[in-house]
Write a protein that binds this ligand. Sequence first.
Ligand SMILES: *[C@@H]1O[C@H](CO)[C@@H](O)[C@H](O)[C@H]1NC(C)=O
Ligand SMILES: *[C@@H]1O[C@H](CO)[C@@H](O)[C@H](O)[C@H]1NC(C)=O
Ligand SMILES: *[C@@H]1O[C@H](CO)[C@@H](O)[C@H](O)[C@H]1NC(C)=O
Ligand SMILES: *[C@@H]1O[C@H](CO)[C@@H](O)[C@H](O)[C@H]1NC(C)=O
Length: 353
Amino acid sequence: MVRVLVLVCIIPFLTCAVRAVQFIFGDSLLDVGNNIRLPRSLARPALPWYGIDFGNGLPNGRFTNGRTIADVIGDRMGLPRPPPFLDPSVDEDVILKNGLNYASGGGGILNDTASFFVQRFSLYKQIELFQGTQVMIRKKIGRQAADRFFTEASYVVSMGTNDFVNNFLLPGVANSWTYSATRFIDLLMTTLQQQLKMLYSLGARKLTLFGLGPLGCIPLQRILSSTGACQDSTNRLAVTFNEAASELVLGLSSSLPNTSFKFGDAYGIVLDVIHNPLKYGFNNSASPCCSLGPIQPTLICTPVSILCRDRSKYFFWDEYHPTDKANEIIASEIISKLGYLPANETTATTNHY
Ligand SMILES: *[C@@H]1O[C@H](CO)[C@@H](O)[C@H](O)[C@H]1NC(C)=O
Ligand SMILES: *[C@@H]1O[C@H](CO)[C@@H](O)[C@H](O)[C@H]1NC(C)=O
Ligand SMILES: *[C@@H]1O[C@H](CO)[C@@H](O)[C@H](O)[C@H]1NC(C)=O
Ligand SMILES: *[C@@H]1O[C@H](CO)[C@@H](O)[C@H](O)[C@H]1NC(C)=O
C-alpha cells in the first residue's frame, strides 16, 4: 500500500490521494456522448428533447432526459463521471482523473448486432478502443504505473439488450432463424466470456456486469401485442440471459485470481414498478414520455414529439429507454444488491466495487 502511494505521488498531475476511476463499456443505456459524435450512426440522441433535465437542457449524448444508471451509481459512490471516448477534449490527464466511457447506442455482445444503425461500437470494438487507451497511458506514465492504474480502476459492462431487441428478435435477421433461443443465449455467453477474459487480461479486477431488464415491457415491444401488454416470451429471454450471465460472472470471479467480478440486475424491481407504478411514485409505466402518440411509434424522441406533463412520473422516456427517475430506481437497486460503498467510506486501495 505504501508503494502504491509513492508511485502515484511522483506522477505530477495526480494528487497524492489515489483517484478511483471507472471504465465503462455498454450500449445506449450508458452512452454519454459517443454516438452523437458518430456522424453516420442512425442511433443518435442529437435532437431535443434528449437531455432536457441534464445540465443546460440541450442534447448531450445520453439517450434519456437526465442521468444514466451509471451516472447515478458513480455519483453515489463519489466517483468522477467518465467522459465519452469520442469527446475531443479527452487526453491522458483527463483519463487519469476521470476514466473513460466507451458505451455506444446499438452496441452488442455480437459484432453484427444492430448493423442497420451503420455506426456503433460493439463490445469487441470498445475493448479494442480501450487497448488503444492503455497504449496512450503507458506512454504517458510508464508501464508499471499504468498497470497499477488499470488494475485499481473499476469496470462496468452493460450489454445484451440490443443482441435481443435489435438482432435475435428481428424477423429479417439471420440469427433469428439460425438459432434457437437456447443456442443464441449460449452464443452470447461464449462470446461474453471471451470479452470479460480479455478485460481481465488487460488488467480489470473489479468489474460489474449489469443484467437485462424486462425487455418485453419496453414500449417498442408492447406495441407488438394488441392489448399493449408485456411480451412474456421476450421477458423470459431476459431472465434466461440474466441467470446465465450471473453464473458466468460469478464463475469467472472465483476462477480468475484476484478478481471481484459482480453481477447486478434490477429485473425484479423494474417488473414490479411496471405492474405497480403508483407504489413507486410513477403515473405511467407503459408508454414513453416523449412520443408521437401510440399510432406512430418512433424509435427516438424528436423535437415534434409531445412530452408528457411530468417527466418524473413516467418510467419510459422513449420507446426503448427509461427516464432519469427510472434510472435512479434501477441504480439504487443495483447499489443495495451489490453492497456498494461510497469511495470516501473505503480505504484508498481497497475499493468500492
Ligand atoms: C469482432 O470484431 C473484432 C474487431 O472489433 C474482431 O477482432 C473480431 O474478430 C470480430 N469477431 C467476430 C466473431 O467476427
Ligand atoms: C494477486 O495479488 C497479489 C497481491 O497483490 C499479487 O502478488 C499477485 O501477483 C496477483 N496475482 C495475479 C495473477 O494478478
Ligand atoms: C395520472 O394520470 C392521469 C391520466 O392518465 C391523470 O388524470 C392524473 O392527474 C395523473 N396524476 C398525476 C399525479 O400526475
Ligand atoms: C462521503 O461523501 C458524501 C457526499 O459526497 C457525504 O454525504 C458523506 O458524509 C461522506 N462520508 C464520509 C464517511 O466522509
